[in-house]
Write a protein that binds this ligand. Structure first.
Ligand code: MN
Length: 295
């Protein structure tokens, strides 16, 4: 099943180029903070599923082209991310890389992106106004966690996956010797984590380690790899993160980027496509306001 969040945090089931509103499957008493509804739906999926299906079958199809797609989980409690998780990517950034000595995600662990940096397929990638810095795209498979997970060995980890989505890990690069801000801040500007277009449930992705992952800028193919080349696979990422803290239903794990990372600028269009998971394009623009602190 393909799940979407759209307009004013409506929850929908996607079928082809239409979406059916299933928001009524979530108890009305829970609707005080609509961005968090998907966390509840994921956590209670097996008991909610009959209501989701009943709502779907009763709803009129809305054309996807007529709705605004938000991130398919707009308010996860965490967005975890793997650094240096494809061998050929390690080293390609030279002096602009903060990862030294060829260390992979297996040695480094994970970092965090702010959940507030998420944006959906209906949004745009917004760069700081007037910036002269370099901003890069990273094309990544996102894992959406299905159950609370703490100290989960990799042999059991796939039972904790709810589904998958496409994720662009946008990054402001360091300027070697000039500006080496923290990674979590450089990757957490508003809209720097496009997620979508949908959340595809795990039953539709039998092998997440065999998916073509591609990214284009203005129609030019920049990144092309397969998730089989991940150094730390999805199961081991869950083992690694859950060894540190509790993963919650709806949490997002960005699994790292393959080679081909490169810059984008206002006016560009960035497209990500991951086999069996989705395909979305976002335009790149400048933030409408200049920030009091320039970047
Ligand atoms: Mn990344």
């Amino acid at each position: 099943m393909k799940l979407a969040v759209f307009d004013d945090y409506r929850i929908g089931v996607v079928d082809g180029d239409s979406v059916r509103d299933v928001s009524d499957a979530v108890p009305a008493a829970l609707r005080q903070w609509p961005p968090a509804l998907m966390n509840w739906l994921i956590a209670n999926w097996s008991e909610a599923l009959p209501r989701v299906l009943a709502c779907r079958d009763a709803a009129a199809p809305l054309p996807l082209a007529g709705v605004e797609l938000l991130p398919p989980n707009p308010a996860p409690s965490h967005v975890f991310a793997a650094p240096a998780n494809y061998r050929k990517h390690i080293g390609e950034l030279g002096s602009r890389a903060v990862t030294k000595g060829g260390r992979s995600a297996r040695e480094q662990g994970f970092f965090l992106k702010a959940p507030g940096s998420l944006v959906g397929a209906g949004g745009a990638l917004l760069l700081p106004q007037g910036s002269q810095r370099r901003f890069d795209h990273e094309s990544e498979l996102a894992v959406i966690v299905g159950r609370r997970a703490r100290n989960v060995p990799r042999s059991e980890a796939m039972q904790y996956v709810f589904g998958y989505s496409c994720l662009i890990d946008a990054t402001m690069r360091i300027e070697p010797g000039v500006a080496e801000e923290e990674r979590s801040m450089r990757k957490s500007f508003e809209t720097f984590t496009p997620l979508g277009p949908f959340l595809v449930t795990a039953d539709e992705v039998p092998d997440p380690q065999a998916l073509d992952n591609r990214l284009w800028v203005n129609g030019e193919l920049r990144q092309q790899a397969n998730t089989r080349d991940m150094i730390v696979d999805v199961a081991e990422l869950i083992e690694l993160i859950s060894s540190v803290l509790t993963l919650n239903p709806g949490d997002v794990i960005a699994t790292g980027t393959p080679e081909g990372v490169g810059p984008f600028a206002p006016g560009d269009t960035v497209r990500i496509a991951i086999e069996q998971v989705g395909d979305m394009s976002l335009s790149v623009r400048e933030q409408p306001q200049r920030s009091p602190r320039p970047y």
